[in-house]
Design a protein around this ligand. Structure first.
Ligand code: RIB
Ligand code: CA
Length: 320
């Protein structure tokens, strides 16, 4: 029996989204990537979809890409050129895309993979690296398929920090109404928040060392050079690569501690839009989230990160 986890990666590439995807692609013995769904987040959906298709083309891998919503459920889109550049993935020089999105909408794609999984008595995992619009509207439309989702492992939220508002993280800020719906859905949620992503931060010296090591590592270098500018300008020696954390947590749970929590989402606050209120659950039954709490070995985490890029380089070399 195929024991690999079946993944749908919901994303808005996005520099750190691409690092998560590269790391998952490096381990086909662990993960079967059923497809990618894209959504408006760091930039509009046409831009982030084009970025994903160009990166898959550059690496030389194929994949099913289904385009999702181009706006949050209620609020207006809020692109982030300061973090990701005008294209949503500034930095690397990318080829024209040969990988093309399918005609099916992202939520229809989720419907199909969940229906097929349910029919076979299997479950899928959603890796959510962007605002939760696609996932919320899928669950709202077909709540009967929620049981086909083993878990949603997501990057989002915080225990107090903020990266878009003083107390709010971007993915949940961008579509707080979608987040509220997903967090109340009863589907098991694994949450990697800002705090754990900072604990897993990658030293800039490791990023610099990727140059000249191979096609994938060169691309990762150019992507991460751009993404780490913010930290470098502020004199930091490391940068968080946010979206990588949920993927690394699936690969190496031994590197993390976890805590069952009750998480609420603020949708209305003028200063707190998308803020997460995270409380340790007193009883298991009141928890709606497994919080990825601490990283116990940053050095091992980043060693695996660098090794996975090398592994993917070897894999794509062999394919040629
Ligand atoms: O807050 C970090 C999140 O927002 C990540 O998903 C990153 O890609 C950014 O757009
Ligand atoms: Ca993202």
């Amino acid at each position: 029996m195929d024991k690999r986890r079946k993944l749908v990666i919901d994303c808005d590439p996005g520099h750190d989204d691409i690092m998560a995807i590269m790391n998952a692609l490096a381990h086909p013995e662990l993960f079967e990537i059923l497809g990618y769904t894209t959504v408006c987040g760091n930039n509009y959906v046409d831009k982030v979809t084009s970025n994903l298709c160009k990166v898959l083309t550059a690496i030389g891998v194929d994949g099913t890409v289904a385009v999702g919503y181009d706006a949050p459920m209620v609020l207006a889109p809020d692109p982030q050129p300061a973090a990701h550049g005008e294209s949503g993935l500034d930095g690397p020089v990318l080829p024209e895309a040969k990988v093309r999105p399918v005609a099916e909408h992202a939520v229809e794609f989720l419907h199909d993979v969940c229906s097929q999984a349910a029919a076979k008595g299997e479950k899928i995992t959603i890796v959510a690296l962007a605002p939760l619009t696609n996932i919320a509207l899928f669950l709202k439309t077909w709540p009967e398929l929620a049981g086909a989702i083993e878990e949603i492992t997501l990057m989002g939220g915080s225990r107090g920090k903020g990266n878009i508002l003083p107390r709010a993280e971007f993915n949940l800020y961008a579509d707080p109404h979608a987040a509220k719906l997903v967090f109340a859905s009863g589907v098991p949620i694994v949450m990697s928040d800002i705090e754990i992503c900072v604990e897993c931060g990658t030293e800039h010296a490791l990023i610099d060392g990727l140059k000249g090591q191979g096609k994938v590592q060169d691309l990762a270098h150019d992507i991460l050079q751009f993404f780490s500018q913010y930290g470098r300008r502020r004199g930091l020696s490391y940068s968080p690569v946010f979206d990588l954390v949920p993927v690394m947590h699936m690969m190496h749970p031994e590197l993390f501690t976890e805590k069952k929590c009750r998480v609420l989402i603020e949708t209305e606050g003028a200063y707190t839009r998308g803020m997460t209120i995270v409380e340790e659950a007193k009883e298991e039954a009141e928890a709606n989230v497994t919080l990825v709490e601490h990283c116990v070995d940053n050095e091992a985490y980043n060693r695996y990160f660098m090794e996975n890029l090398k592994v993917l380089d070897e894999m794509v070399k062999e394919k040629r």
